[in-house]
Design a protein around this ligand. Sequence first.
Ligand code: SAM
Length: 255
Amino acid sequence: MKQALDYCFQLNPLLNKLYSTLIKYLKFLVGTRWDERYWAKRHLRKEEKGDWGGDPDWIKEYWDSRSHPYRNFLIQKLSGFSPIMNILEVGCNCGPNLYLLAKKFPNSEIKGIDINPLAVRRGNEWLIQDGISNVELLVSKIDELDQFQDKSFDIVFTSSVLMYIGPDKIKKVIRELVRITRKTLILSEWHSFEFSSLGSHMLYWVRDYVSLLKEFIKEEPINIIKMPVEIWQENSNWQKYGTIIEVIMEDGDVT
Ligand SMILES: C[S@@+](CC[C@H](N)C(=O)[O-])C[C@H]1O[C@@H](n2cnc3c(N)ncnc32)[C@H](O)[C@@H]1O
């Protein structure tokens, strides 16, 4: 079915546009549940293509993307903060970012949560096989952060996850991310000042994260770091919108 649709879209770009518009309105109606369902059950879908090169074993592709220049850029940014006692990645998949962080911070307690149970299970296995013992991945939805106490983690970060959270849930999620962060909150997402804080649907959600964050913080500084275009040669949306948004909390300490 998916292959037939892709073939039709190649033949007729207008059909592709109509289909995208239909999906956009359906996502408005259904809300975040649409993407939650997709990600939670993605491993059960047949004819699935991966996000990093097209391999049907898309979870393995995430694991094998650890040497992608994007990861290097993100990890460098995250490593600029110390000392770090503990770190949480929300929407970690099988943990490629957390593997790299564990190598940098072998004494920190590192956690990841993700909605996809198979990504979490395989990630935990691969981490152990590679001798990493300070990372734990858990199955959880992004809007279940009430399991963590206020200021539980020195660093909390997201990487390409809030783009799947619609206007129905994004405020609750940002409020919770701010609440559980002690030092630094980092969002590596599709950001643009041209859009509202709730976002606009450009295949996935692009929004003004600075306005959104300001609803939940007092006067904590926010830094905006545009990603260099060369790290995303294969993805024009990341080139256009890819941004790291850093909030330095009261207890934060940039080195
Ligand atoms: C594009 S991947 C990014 C994975 C990883 N952060 C990275 O940098 O490679 C998006 C991840 O977010 C997870 N995800 C999507 N919606 C979620 C939700 N509502 N709650 C928790 N995880 C979610 C997916 O299962 C997937 O692993």
